[in-house]
Design a protein around this ligand. Sequence first.
Ligand code: G3P
Length: 224
Amino acid sequence: MDRALPRLVVNFKNYSQASGQAGIDLMRIISEKNDGLGLEVGLCVNVLDMKDALREAKGVSVYAQHVDPIGYGSYTGKVNPEYLVEMGVAGSLINHSEDRVGLYTIVKEIESFREMGIISIVCVESLEEARVVADMKPDIIAYEPPELIGGDVSVATASPDLIEKIVREIECPVMVGAGIKTAEDVRVCLELGAYGVLVASGIVKSEEPGKVVSDFLEVIQKNV
Ligand code: G3P
């Protein structure tokens, strides 16, 4: 693995504020804020915008939000990770809470990502699930309590003890996400030992995404 692991991952989901031209504009804003800092930032763009995002990306890495456990062939409607790798994606989320895939697919995708040299970020909802996934040796485990996703109570506020426990017990880098809205949330997650943070609405739906990203990157820079 020669690719650096991201400290900040922004998931664009299917938000209108991050789809089409708006998504490319948001990517530019995030790139500009990271200019000069050089932190590893991953953007999980809408798959329909992948080509444009890869063409425009500077100083950030483009990730998928989901792929299917297939290669080239007769797989109608699936997202082929091999094709994305040829296009230049750095990796993908696997098993996001909004798109759960099951253990068989998780292990298959981790292995194929390893062979292709891209980064696997496997989302888990609990310590128990983190333990099972850790044995599959992903690049990153992302802990996100589903009930907090998209809300205003952050994982940092609601589950600090659990974050600490997962980070202590799980050997691979652990990212944390759900409800992260402020630089203080980011600081707490990193202080508890998280490798980085996974954020969606706190940036994508913000009135001032550039300011939020700047604040988050500043905290990350100070704490890693
Ligand atoms: O993938 C990140 C995401 O699920 C967290 O969403 O809106 O709570 O930051 P949000």
